[in-house]
Write a protein of this length. Sequence first.
Lengths: 444, 330
Amino acid sequence: MFDGLQNKLQDVFSRLKGEGKVTPEALDAALRQIRLALLEADVHLRVVKPFIDRVRERALGQEVMESLTPAQQVVKIVRDELAALLGDEGTELRLDGRPAVVMLCGLQGSGKTTTAGKIAKRLKKRGKHPLLVAGDLQRAAAVEQLKQVGRGVDVPVIEPEPGESVVALGTRALGIARQRGHDVMIMDTAGRLHVDAALMDEIRRLAEAIQPVETLFVADSMTGQDAVKSAEQFAAALPLTGAILTKLDGDSRGGAALSIRTVARVPIRFVGIGEKSDDLELFHPERMASRMIGMGDILSLIEKAEKGLDGAETQRLAERMVNKQFTLEDLRDQLRQIRRLGPLASVLEMLPKVGPLKALDASQVDEGGLKKVEAIINSMTPQERNRPDVLNGSRKRRISMGSGTSVAEINRLLKQYKQMQKMMKGVQGKWLRRAMGGGAGMRG
Amino acid sequence: MAEKDPKKNDVLDLAPETRAPEEAPTEPAGFLKKLTRGLFMTHTELLEKMSSAMQGKVTLDERTFEYLEEVLIGADLGVETSLELVERVRRNARKEQVGSTERLRKLLADEITEILRDAPVPRRFHRGPLLTLVVGVNGVGKTTSIAKLTRRAQSEGQKVLLAAGDTFRAAAIEQLALWGERLGVEVIRQGQGADPGAVVYDAIHAARARGTDRLIIDTAGRLHTKDHLMAELGKVRRVIDREAKDWQVQTLLVLDATTGQNALSQARTFSQVVPIDGVLLAKLDGTAKGGMAVAVAKELRLPVLYLGVGEKADDMVEFRPREFAAALLG
Ligand SMILES: Nc1nc2c(ncn2[C@@H]2O[C@H](COP(=O)(O)OP(=O)(O)O)[C@@H](O)[C@H]2O)c(=O)[nH]1
Ligand SMILES: Nc1nc2c(ncn2[C@@H]2O[C@H](COP(=O)(O)OP(=O)(O)O)[C@@H](O)[C@H]2O)c(=O)[nH]1
Ligand SMILES: [Mg+2]
Ligand SMILES: [Mg+2]
């Protein structure tokens, strides 16, 4: 697993320590680490080189060379510079024209059709009445796919007639959209390789015919060095107004974002974070920058937590925890809250690997284990949950039957619960209390 | 080219004629400009520029090895693999006092070929029922690759049955069914949202009843980071282990050639859930080189078996290490 850049730089600077100052060797070694980190994040080589020069220039300034915490300083520079290069925050779609035409384009399998559904849903939430057009005449059952996607978000879909070209379809759909009073038309298109001259010409003609106000390049965030070529050539063929980076719910570092932004000069507008129709968010350059250098996406996590967690409930649990009244029932409620955020591994993956979280390994998390804990607690009586001391052999056997777990698993849970109680009393408790005290900032 | 001035050791200065046209004045100072200028040239072009500038002659200095490194990183082999390869080439090139770019390129190709050949030899399957499970992340080309594998099996005279195990993505079942129709093979399917394990169970029993030689199972795309989806795949695998005990079972991981470093993470996690026999590298018909397959072969000892080179059922070729290595550098 990729360690955060900060840890690596910390290593470098403490190994090559000068008299309280940063040595030139240390800075060089640090820059090498940054270069590697960026390349491992799939940032294009040609972007990395000048980037490193830039960071060197800034790092040579006093703030770093004289600093007692050079690693943090350098990371900050890297993050700032990355964020600056990544451009502005994503903006909502422009919807000029009646209908406003939004066209999606990109390579095969990048996520165009799924994204078309997500956009339709988002626009509906903005009070619009979109129309989807199934412009992929290439891939098997692509029209059927968009029809189902459209049904899922309750947006009508125009499908091609037999023998109809995509340009003819687009033009016809535009007429239908006008006639039926749709204010937005979302055009899905077939995936195509940027080197496929015939298909690139086709989409150019389609764009001329339907005159999109938004032409969006849909790109897979896992793309490697090739992102430069594909983005560049799509941008050369079409007047792109933005890019959408999909599949960011995985663990790719997303360096392709930087290649797309700097080469194709296309602003990144949205990110796809799942397969469902709600899984689309505006692009945030700072988060992307943090992700690229392995700092975790804590902001996304907080946002997710805000959406997924019940604020009052969290507050209540936190208070009980601090006051040491945290019962097994509270534990279960807390687990439920956490589970609502999504698969635990993906939640943990978003945390920066620093401080007390350093040892967390998301791949080691046992989701099934959590479900078992819930099942065990569910099978207890309220009295048992509040005072687990009463649990004797026969009660445990009953719970084991009821929850489909073993007595050993129940014992393990009880042991962990005891440890947790102890922890809350100790140093960790203080840390926790402080964290909770600052908890209001989480919502602010 | 031959001067030793370290300041000149900058690829961007190598070929001024490839510079991009001047920037619009609104661009932030010089930086983006420099970026674009660098980006204007790709590695292959670079290597060509390098060789033509040197008229086929090469000096074994740091700059040359740095170029090689960049060619490899640019082909998505990843930093670690690239550095290691260049290190090996450096040693051999110095030993035999290589003087031509051609020879240097050959040495590099040899090293790559060796890594690829070093992965375990794919299991040979004897005649008799063979079950192929096809897995991978979203949109890499699993379903299309199944059409290609089907066409191939048919050309060898096998009777094929397909199982529509992607019950999640919209119209995934219809997509496979359509391929089945085109290729004239039966597709075992249930409704959308059905338990993929149940589909696989049905398919195995149907294959048995019909005396099928080959059963190919499609699965939903899943990001390897999603535990619940990986657990679901594990369950499918257990159904296969239980219901097809007497069958030969093969699992293919489909990787997308345009994918970068993440391919390694994909291969690692998928292998932990299902034993992978080999990789099918799809979408090699674009400009992506698919170099991550080399890193995957090296680190996880997974052989590449097939290459996908288009969207049609015929667009698949068997993997040949030497040709692949040459294409990576060409
Ligand atoms: N995990 C994840 N999967 C996605 C995302 N966007 C699309 N997909 C999946 O990627 C695959 C290809 O998507 P599709 O819309 O068919 O791509 P298209 O060929 O470009 O139209 C499908 O399995 C989608 O469910 C995303 O943001 N996250
Ligand atoms: N150019 C090209 N496109 C491919 C290749 N293999 C698959 N595709 C396309 O990639 C997209 C996703 O393929 P699909 O088989 O549906 O992927 P799955 O989601 O993994 O099952 C489709 O548009 C396919 O036509 C290939 O080798 N070359
Ligand atoms: Mg599509
Ligand atoms: Mg599929």
